[in-house]
Ligand binder design. Structure first.
Ligand code: FES
Length: 166
């Protein structure tokens, strides 16, 4: 699985390839939003422009999906390394700085520290789904309502009638 290194929080979080960056962050209790976003964000629709993250050099190339048309429009006046977390899907391991508009005490020191630790690539595929449980052929124990669907026929009016004509 790709690893998202959240530089500000000093946390590495695994996710499945293609997961939404905002959803992973929220699931893991990472605070994406400043005060404005906490008071009211768009819920991931790409409209409030409050879920900024800065992609920090050191992750895999093309770790996130391409900029969406929403981002191209909304991030015109922002640094090229910024993304909207709600618009970005994680394809490979990546380092991000949440709330890049908010100062980070020792920014350079934190970035050096984050880059100094190896960023695991992780498997890039979803795990195989678990095998389906064996189906029992027997209808024993089922009530008439739960039983297998009875064959049906179509009435002259186009409705569906039970096979027994009732
Ligand atoms: S959550 Fe509103 S733009 Fe991302």
């Amino acid at each position: 699985m790709p690893v998202i290194r959240f530089v500000r929080e000093q946390r590495d979080v695994e996710c499945y390839p293609g997961e939404n960056l905002r959803e992973v962050a929220l699931r893991e209790g990472i605070e994406l939003y400043g005060l404005k976003g906490r008071l009211g964000n768009c819920g991931g629709c790409g409209q409030c422009i409050t879920c900024f993250v800065e992609v920090v050099e050191g992750g895999a190339h093309n770790a996130l999906t391409e900029l969406t048309s929403v981002e191209l429009l909304k991030l015109k006046r922002r640094p090229q390394t910024w993304r909207l977390a709600c618009q970005a899907l994680v394809e490979k391991s990546v380092m991000v700085l949440t709330k890049p508009q908010v100062g980070l005490g020792d920014r350079e020191g934190e970035l050096i520290r984050a880059r100094s630790l190896p960023l695991p690539e992780g498997p890039t595929a979803w795990p195989e789904p678990p095998a389906a449980p064996q189906q029992e052929d027997s209808q024993e124990g089922l009530t008439a309502h739960e039983g297998a669907a009875s064959p049906s026929t179509t009435s002259d009016e186009g409705g569906v009638l039970p096979a027994d004509g009732r």
